[in-house]
Design a protein around this ligand. Structure first.
Ligand SMILES: Nc1ncnc2c1ncn2[C@@H]1O[C@H](COP(=O)(O)OP(=O)(O)OP(=O)(O)O)[C@@H](O)[C@H]1O
Length: 263
């Protein structure tokens, strides 16, 4: 029988035995998380509120709150990581025009470039993330844009760093369902066209199911189950994953019933 081994790709992100702890002691908030991400791979990180998903992403990026510290290994193999946060209204600087934010971020990563080049790149990036009349919007303030457009600006700013890994922390939770779907389409398209890996934190298993090849389920700071998304959702091995699935299904059914009951 002939063997047909998969090429071994060097991971763009390797997390080993990551722990996040309070500086003044107590139980770890993230407790021994290990994950590998190949170039272009998509991983959904799910689990109930407080299970340690956001802190895992923040530890990868080195932006933990001052009261916390990380232990363990995070290797990025030269790939940059950029983060898209849940609430673009908070993450965006309200006193900076959106074009300036994107141009400035791009210029930080292209030191020899001129202001004019940075402006052109910013317009191209805003256009890439689906902002109509991008050049005219360079001068817009964040408050002049809708929530969905603001999240597109955040994604453009993340892309300006030319990341190998995009870390998304519930990037669509604050948006209405229609806009959510548009942003998910955009992320799907970006990951496919840029060979960018992505970690996508979400409560919503259906969203992860539609977006991510792999899934890791977190509970109390630990990964309790990990695998191909389709396999895990079809036949969850851990009781907690089954609970999460049941809770997700119940919520979806309740939402559908509420919508159906509207006059
Ligand atoms: N700055 C902080 N100081 C102390 N504890 C914190 C801090 N930030 C988060 N925590 C605690 O760490 C734990 C994990 O938080 P984290 O935000 O990673 O959870 P999460 O899984 O992302 O939850 P959610 O889905 O609600 O965003 C929680 O118990 C939280 O209360």
């Amino acid at each position: 029988m002939s063997e047909n081994p998969q090429p071994v790709l060097r991971p763009v992100l390797r997390i080993e035995h990551l722990r996040v702890l309070h500086r003044d002691g107590g139980a770890p908030l993230v407790d021994g998380v290990s994950l590998d991400l190949a170039p272009g791979e998509t991983l959904g990180l799910v689990g109930e509120s407080g299970s340690g998903k956001s802190l895992t992403l923040r530890a990868v990026l080195g932006i933990l709150p001052a009261a916390l510290r990380a232990e363990g290994t995070v290797e990025r193999a030269g790939a940059r990581a950029a983060m898209v946060f849940q609430e673009p209204a908070i993450a965006l600087n309200p006193t900076m025009r959106v074009g300036h934010l994107v141009a400035r971020t791009w210029r930080l990563h292209h030191p020899g470039a001129t202001r004019g080049q940075a402006r052109d790149e910013a317009a191209a990036l805003l256009e890439r993330v689906g902002i109509p009349r991008a050049r005219a919007r360079l001068a817009a303030w964040p408050h002049e844009l809708s929530g969905g457009m603001r999240q597109r600006v955040m994604i453009a700013a993340a892309l300006a760093t030319d990341p190998g890994v995009l870390l998304c922390d519930e990037p669509t939770t604050a948006l209405d369902v229609r806009v959510q779907a548009q942003i998910l389409d955009l992320l799907r398209d970006l990951v496919a066209s840029r060979d960018m890996a992505m970690v996508f934190v979400s409560h919503d298993l259906a969203v992860v199911g539609s977006l991510c090849e792999r899934i890791a389920v977190m509970r109390s700071g630990q990964i309790v189950e990990e695998g191909r998304t389709a396999a895990v959702l079809r036949a969850p091995g851990h009781p907690y994953t089954r609970e999460l699935l049941a809770a997700n299904l119940a919520r979806r059914l309740a939402d559908a019933a509420t919508k159906g009951a509207r006059p």
